[in-house]
Design a protein around this ligand. Structure first.
Ligand code: CP
Length: 383
């Protein structure tokens, strides 16, 4: 079993503590459990990369409901569910009866009636997506209790308005890969920067997920954006609170300053805060014309900051920095083609971690004595 170091390193009692858990934000998870989840994702990656199957949830149904577009997260959900021998079903949320007014609680009950795991993306409107996911979770739990059904149906946030936890966990694992042999993440300078985008006003949740999770790693985190692109007060408060365990957190409004001497840069666009807030009312009123007008104003505001691009000059300011992105990137706007070309394998490897995070979340929530099961699979596979 020696060659399966990540599997051997798992602590059974810590992994068992994940049983029954949903992941709606990382902030709600204690750091010990975050570390266990990361270790479990590493164990799944190790087995998968060795070609060892992990059919731990055979014949079960893994629903995912998307109210926004996605490539990577859908693919990761399907990959994770298939590797656990589940049946992944991915549904466009706009085609469900939610569009006719069925509530999230009702939807949760109806989908949870048959499902064994549930993923949800609902990320476009501030104040809506996270509440929707919590209500789906409540609907599932109330159904299971009312029917005395012992089934565990973990809910995984596949991106909401507040957080994108499977993304930030994947990013954490990729960061750990890069700095494992160099003393880890403590004391590293990690920059999360706004970057120009002409395509659409993107959710705040990737940046919020990063500042709330990475401030727990002892690193020095810099958040950079032009004035007007603030994250929510809750995310900033969580980031500030999290650095009490070590490291630091600062906000700057100069991309060069943020890149100087950085070990890692994560330049990524998001929509202007005030326009995101304005969208809430227009969405509640079902006013599509107003939503379009707000979007156009958002893009015009973005266009005042076309110089917020990750290019080779700025990469030259860093300490031979690692470029990261959740993808898709606006190439030629957020990042130059040359920088992306240089890091294209890196960002693909970053993205692949998401599937293993999902496997860890689903199996960690559902499979008792998971550590023993994984050790047995490793042992059989090593023969
Ligand atoms: N990073 C990410 O969530 O990508 P998708 O939107 O393609 O899922």
């Amino acid at each position: 079993m020696n060659e399966f170091r990540a599997v051997s390193a798992l602590a059974g009692h810590a992994v068992d503590a994940l049983l029954g858990r949903s992941m709606i934000t990382t902030q709600e998870w204690p750091t010990d459990d975050i570390n266990t989840l990361a270790a479990l994702a590493r164990a799944f990656a190790e087995l998968d990369r060795a070609g060892i199957a992990t059919p731990l949830c055979e014949h079960e149904l893994a629903w995912a409901l998307f109210f926004d577009r996605s490539t990577r997260t859908k693919s990761a959900w399907a990959g994770a569910a298939s590797r656990l021998a589940m049946h992944p079903v991915i549904v466009d949320g706009s085609t469900t009866q939610v569009a006719h007014g069925e509530t999230a609680v009702e939807t949760g009950a109806m989908l949870g009636m048959n499902a064994h795991a549930m993923g949800v993306r609902n990320d476009q409107i501030l104040g809506e997506g996270n509440t929707f996911i919590r209500d789906v979770t409540r609907g599932i739990d109330e159904y299971l209790v009312a029917t005395a059904n012992p089934r565990t149906v973990p809910v995984v946030n596949l991106q909401c308005d507040v957080d994108h936890p499977t993304q930030s966990m994947a990013d954490l694992l990729w960061l750990e890969d890069n700095f494992a042999g160099a003393g880890g993440l403590a004391g590293r300078q990690i920059t999360i920067s706004w970057a120009y985008s002409p395509s659409y006003a993107k959710p705040l949740s990737v940046a919020q997920g990063l500042v709330t999770l990475l401030t727990r790693c002892g690193a020095d985190i810099t958040l950079a954006h032009p004035p007007g692109y603030e994250l929510t007060e809750e995310a900033l408060a969580a980031a500030t609170e999290n650095v009490a365990g070590g490291g630091s957190f600062r906000v700057v409004h100069d991309m060069d300053e943020a890149f100087r001497d950085a070990d890692v840069v994560y330049p990524k666009s998001w929509g202007s805060h005030d326009l995101m807030v304005e969208r809430v009312g227009a969405h509640a009123a079902g006013d599509d014309a107003a939503l379009d007008a707000i979007e156009q104003r958002g893009l015009a505001q973005n266009a005042q900051h076309t110089d917020w691009i990750c290019d080779e000059r700025r990469m030259g300011l860093t300490a031979d920095g690692l470029y990261m992105h959740c993808l898709p990137a606006d190439i030629g706007a957020e990042v130059t083609p040359g920088v992306m070309e240089r890091f294209k394998v890196h960002v693909a490897r970053e993205a692949q971690w998401k599937m293993y995070v999902m496997m860890a979340l689903i199996a960690g929530a559902k499979v008792s004595d998971l550590t023993s099961h994984l050790a047995a699979l490793a042992s059989d596979g090593a023969r």
